[in-house]
Design a protein around this ligand. Structure first.
Ligand code: AMP
Ligand code: TRP
Length: 358
């Protein structure tokens, strides 16, 4: 019986953190037995923001090492570097011709990145009135927003189309990701349907795969923002490479809500997030954790949480050390050779549909 296909990827930019693991990689590991799995290090996506070449090479291998140390088995899955399969970029170009500006302008990741640091303050607009340049102070958010969007790189704007190409190239049925990527998968579905309607059935329509609790791990310093490698403060995240002392320090400093009881509730978003992390790493349900800490306070809870995180991170980091660069590159190259025929077949089909001579 043919297994269903899953595909996912992570950008090699910045340190991976607990949110990446709990929101995405942990699910990949779980799904790899049941599904035909393809996992990618998406370096073409990473260059949509400036990268240092040497650092990019380093991080590409490091992300692959994280996949492996987390338990992704290269015998069961295909693991490769996106830029090794040029069909991704080619298909993205073709999908560009059916994507609309309005589809992409709706993408919140793009808007967030384009608007980074923007708080709608006043600005000075130079305006030509009757031949004279006038400096006009403005508070027109729209004018200023538009200006920020005009300045943003085309690659960043087009990022979701490349992601759609990644997914559609392999007849992917499920895409295991965190919540922030679900909108991009909706767009992938839109593009696939549009293409199929215009040129005939070509693409499988994929669905996102998220888990209720892990899909949105929030920042330790601010439970209203997601845990993110680009956060301003290192107290926002626990990096998978943090040492024991750093983990303890960060958890100790993590913000909590008012009151002192350990209660799993939407009224206590900071604590809820910490309980989620606790629960996901220990496989103990949140309600059970509540019971355990009845009559105890934040200090006890945080000490145990730090121990739980450390007992996950320690063996993980030991495993990380087992992989040297050559070994990982060998795995990645072998993975690329496994998926190359699939990518070529699908792209040829697309080219034929479009009317290219192949
Ligand atoms: P990124 O680091 O943004 O490239 O994300 C890589 C994967 O991790 C994607 O599937 C994201 O949705 C997921 N992810 C990133 N941050 C979080 C988070 N704070 N909580 C849950 N999943 C996340
Ligand atoms: N955009 C995803 C992120 O930032 C990474 C990604 C690229 C991806 N291509 C993908 C995820 C295809 C799933 C499937 O996390």
């Amino acid at each position: 019986m043919n297994k269903k296909r899953i595909f996912s990827g992570i950008q090699p930019s910045g340190n991976l953190h607990l949110g990446n693991y709990l929101g995405a990689i942990k699910n990949w590991v779980k799904l790899q037995d049941e599904y035909d799995s393809i996992f990618c290090v998406v370096d073409l996506h990473a260059i949509t923001v400036p990268q240092d070449p040497e650092r990019l090479r380093r991080q590409t291998l490091d992300v692959a090492k994280v996949y492996l140390a987390s338990g992704i088995d290269p015998e069961k899955c295909s693991l490769f570097i996106q830029s090794h399969i040029s069909e991704h970029a080619e298909l993205a170009w073709m999908l560009n011709t059916i994507a609309k500006m309005q589809d992409l302008l709706k993408m919140s990741q793009f808007v967030d990145k384009a608007m980074k640091g923007f708080d709608g303050r006043r600005g000075v607009l130079k305006k030509k009135i009757e031949g004279q340049i006038i400096n006009r102070e403005v508070l027109f958010e729209e004018e200023t927003e538009q200006y920020l969007i005009y300045k943003t790189g085309v690659g960043l704007f087009d990022y979701p189309v490349l992601m759609a190409a990644d997914i559609l190239l392999y007849d992917t049925e499920l895409v295991p990701v965190g919540k922030d990527q679900v909108q991009h998968i909706e767009l992938t579905r839109t593009l696939a349907n549009r293409f199929n309607k215009k040129f005939g059935d070509t693409f499988v329509i994929p669905k996102p795969y998220t888990t209720e609790v892990g899909q949105n791990i929030m920042g330790l310093d601010d439970p209203t923002k997601k845990m993110s490698k680009s956060a301003a403060s290192e107290y926002n995240y626990i990096a998978l490479t943090d040492d024991k002392e750093t983990v303890k320090r960060k958890i100790k400093k993590a913000v909590t809500d008012s009151g002192s009881e350990i209660i799993y509730s939407n009224d206590k978003p900071a604590l809820k997030n910490l309980i989620n992390i606790y629960s996901l790493l220990s496989d103990i349900p949140a309600k059970e954790i509540e019971k355990r800490y009845k009559g105890k306070g934040y200090a006890d809870f945080k000490t145990d949480l730090a121990d739980i995180v450390v007992s996950f991170i320690r063996p993980f980091q030991e495993k990380l050390k087992e992989y040297d660069d050559e070994k990982v590159l060998e795995i990645l190259r072998a993975g690329a050779e496994k998926v190359r025929p699939l990518a070529k077949k699908k792209l040829d089909e697309v080219k034929k549909r479009i009317g290219f001579i192949i």
